[in-house]
Design a protein around this ligand. Structure first.
Ligand code: PLP
Ligand code: COI
Length: 343
């Protein structure tokens, strides 16, 4: 008989933190091999060589996906195949066996199904899914390792930022870059996040929620936050920085562009955005799986603070958020076939 018992979780006080769940998925693959097999194992610590490539040379990539309990009572994923494709790109870039998107989606689905009791009730948050690939064989010289581990962990979560969708207070960081041209900014590589930790802690000490990073070459164009993409709305046009190699191609970013142009009739431009464009915008917001669509209310640049839309969420961000979240929760039609039920 199983000694599994349903979790008791206070769904109303979820933040963006780790809650231990029932199980996780694990598969391994040799360098040059193909992803297959794998199994669900009880959630818990894992054993790793202290010489593992991921620990010494940062050979690791990850993804972020969410499962929701929808208004129809289904447990659904939002565009998981897009995460699988992005992980295929990221693994290749970091010299790992290229992820197979169908294998990825199957593993994510199995993990969610096995942890279904941890999916929050409708309207109370989501189950955050964290797939990772790590170089796990020991290595001493700088080189790809001989063995890779793919894992899928999950945790119920609430809002990413502590004040939910209260407009963010951001700093245009002129001291640090997140990613460089021809680097790994467009891959979801763990090194990009270690690069952002020190500037993030400095920004938080100064009272900001996050940094806005500029392009590393000219320090003129807005790229993204450490954890999300950026949009502005100005003169009737929605604009987001064009993907230039150092920006992560967000799945929420792409979905927002499609919702805005195809469903809401808003003109969308993927283009270069200057700091002036940002500071003079009617609305600014950021997008991502974790942050969903969060408005930006204040931006500090070179020590001067500018308020955006009187520090309130604007009507365009509101409308896009309602539409996207409505599709994700099966409250609105899903004309693009983005929502996939796990059962
Ligand atoms: N940019 C960065 C650096 C991120 O970490 C994320 C989060 O995944 C995003 C953008 C948004 O991507 P997505 O919408 O696919 O979650
Ligand atoms: C996500 O939005 O899923 C991410 O991976 C961002 C992460 C830094 C929390």
């Amino acid at each position: 008989m199983s000694n599994y018992s349903k979790p008791t979780i206070d769904w109303d006080s979820l933040g963006f933190n780790v809650t231990e769940t029932k199980s996780m998925f694990r598969a391994t693959c040799d360098l040059g091999g193909k992803w297959s097999g794998g199994e669900l194992i009880p959630y818990g610590d894992i054993q790793l060589s202290p010489f593992a490539g991921v620990l010494n040379y940062g050979q690791g990539v990850f993804e972020g996906v969410k499962a929701f309990r929808s208004s129809k009572g289904n447990v659904v994923l939002f565009r998981p195949e897009m995460n699988g494709k992005r992980m295929a790109f990221s693994t290749k870039r970091i010299c790992m066996p290229e992820m197979n998107p169908a294998f990825f989606v199957d593993a994510v689905t199995k993990t969610v199904k096995d942890n279904i009791d941890y999916v929050p009730p409708f309207g109370k948050g989501s189950l955050y899914i964290r797939p990772v690939v790590w170089g796990t064989a020991p290595i001493l010289g700088v080189s790809p390792t001989s063995e890779y581990t793919f894992m899928v962990m999950v945790s119920p979560v609430g809002p990413y930022f502590k004040n939910g969708i209260k407009p963010l207070n951001l700093k245009v960081n002129t001291d640090y870059h997140r990613a460089a041209p021809k680097g790994i900014g467009n891959a979801k590589a763990i090194g990009n996040y270690s690069a952002s930790l020190f500037p993030l802690m400095e920004a938080k000490k100064e009272g900001f929620d996050e940094n806005i990073y500029l392009d590393a070459k000219e320090e003129k164009f807005v790229e993204e936050l450490g954890s999300a993409n950026m949009f502005i709305y100005k003169d009737g046009c929605l604009k987001t920085p064009a993907l230039n190699g150092s920006i992560l191609g967000g799945i929420t970013r792409q979905s927002v562009c499609q919702v805005a142009s195809d469903l809401l009739g808003i003109t969308v431009e993927k283009t270069e955005l200057t700091v002036d464009d940002l500071l003079s915008a009617d609305e600014v917001f950021c997008t991502g799986t974790a942050v969903v669509i969060t408005p930006v209310g204040k931006i500090s640049y070179q020590g001067k603070m500018t308020e955006i839309n009187q520090n309130k969420m604007g009507p365009i961000a509101q409308k896009i958020r309602e539409t996207l979240v409505g599709i994700q929760r099966e409250e609105l039609d899903d004309p693009f076939g983005w929502v996939v039920s796990v059962e």
